[in-house]
Design a protein around this ligand. Structure first.
Ligand code: C2E
Ligand code: CA
Ligand code: CA
Ligand code: CA
Length: 283
């Protein structure tokens, strides 16, 4: 029933690689789901990482994990073409576990080379509703000797607002265990500031739509500036995503933004590539 509902939803919205499969009915949706399940066994998922740079020191202390699916026929499939489907079908829990384990494996390799990196992983609505998530993450990290403080979890406002009570419980548990928490795509959801105050988060990520527009639109520049102030007033650190130009980089640095992420600094790359790139990095 869930699959049929998803297919119906997709029918009303934009284009996707799998739209036709889903439109054709739940039979094909089911086969896509099994394809996605096999993607883990067949090792078709790829962990990509994108560096975040500290504006003050020019150094890279952290990176965001972004998953890709290297499909034997379709090539490198971007996450927006299968994450929503994974969320609707519940497969996201396995996917999240895979991303966390791979991130921990990467962090271990980085440490072996003397590099200390905090990795951010994206969580979905479903993950937040999973009461066992905190224990699962702790177990995965433990296997690779990663300290919880070196793991950041990114959550969107809309994922929290789906079931705020339950999300808050999960987030509080994660925070108590020492994980860092970040609000992703900040400014695009409808979270109230009162709510934000209650969340045990450490970081805000300004959505890239504001960052990318701020050079030409004064309103966007004002939103970016106010968000940085708001974050700092609440004792949170603030990251700008979508830093595509040197001009944006300078502007953000002048506004006191803590970290930047974007094509100007570095695109998401396969994890192994980041390991080679980091020692040579200079801001
Ligand atoms: P997000 O969490 O907002 O991730 C940032 C997206 O912005 C990434 O797209 C990244 O490649 C892109 N980006 C980075 N710098 C720039 C820039 O300078 N300019 C522009 N235009 N874009 C930039 P990507 O990798 O395609 O991921 C899209 C979304 O898919 C993510 O948005 C996230 O919501 C979701 N996603 C990716 N990996 C995972 C995952 O492992 N788990 C979950 N639950 N969601 C994921
Ligand atoms: Ca993110
Ligand atoms: Ca984001
Ligand atoms: Ca986004």
């Amino acid at each position: 029933a869930e699959l049929a509902m998803y297919a119906a939803k997709r029918r009303q919205s934009g284009s996707m690689v799998y739209e036709s499969a889903l439109d054709a009915g739940s039979q094909e949706a089911l086969s896509l789901l099994s394809e996605l399940r096999r993607a883990i066994e067949r090792q078709e998922l790829r962990l990509f990482l994108q560096p975040k740079v500290d504006f003050k020191t020019g150094q890279v202390h952290s990176a965001e994990a972004l998953v890709r699916w290297e499909h034997p026929e379709r090539g490198l499939v971007p996450p927006m073409q299968f994450i929503p489907f994974a969320e609707q079908t519940g497969f996201i829990r396995q996917l999240t576990a895979w991303v966390i384990e791979e991130s921990a494996r990467f962090a271990q390799q980085a440490r072996a080379r003397g590099l200390s990196l905090r990795i951010s992983v994206n969580l979905s609505t479903r993950d937040l509703l999973d009461q066992e998530l905190p224990a699962k993450i702790a177990a995965l990290l433990g296997r690779h000797g990663t300290d919880p403080s070196m793991q950041c979890l990114e959550i969107t406002e809309s994922a929290i607002m789906d079931d705020p009570q339950r999300a808050l419980q999960t987030l509080e548990r994660l925070s108590e265990m020492g994980f860092k928490l970040s609000i992703d795509d900040f400014g695009t959801g409808y979270s109230s500031l009162a709510y934000l105050k209650r969340l045990p988060v450490n970081e805000l990520k300004i959505d890239r739509s504001f960052v990318m527009a701020m050079e030409r639109d004064l309103d966007d520049a004002k939103i970016v500036r106010s968000t940085i102030e708001l974050a700092h007033n609440l004792g949170l650190s603030v990251v700008a995503e979508g830093v595509e130009t040197g001009k944006a980089w300078k502007l953000l640095a002048a506004l006191g933004c803590d970290e930047g992420q974007g094509y100007f600094i570095g695109r998401p790359v396969p994890a192994a590539q980041l390991l080679d790139w980091l020692p040579r990095w200079k801001a």
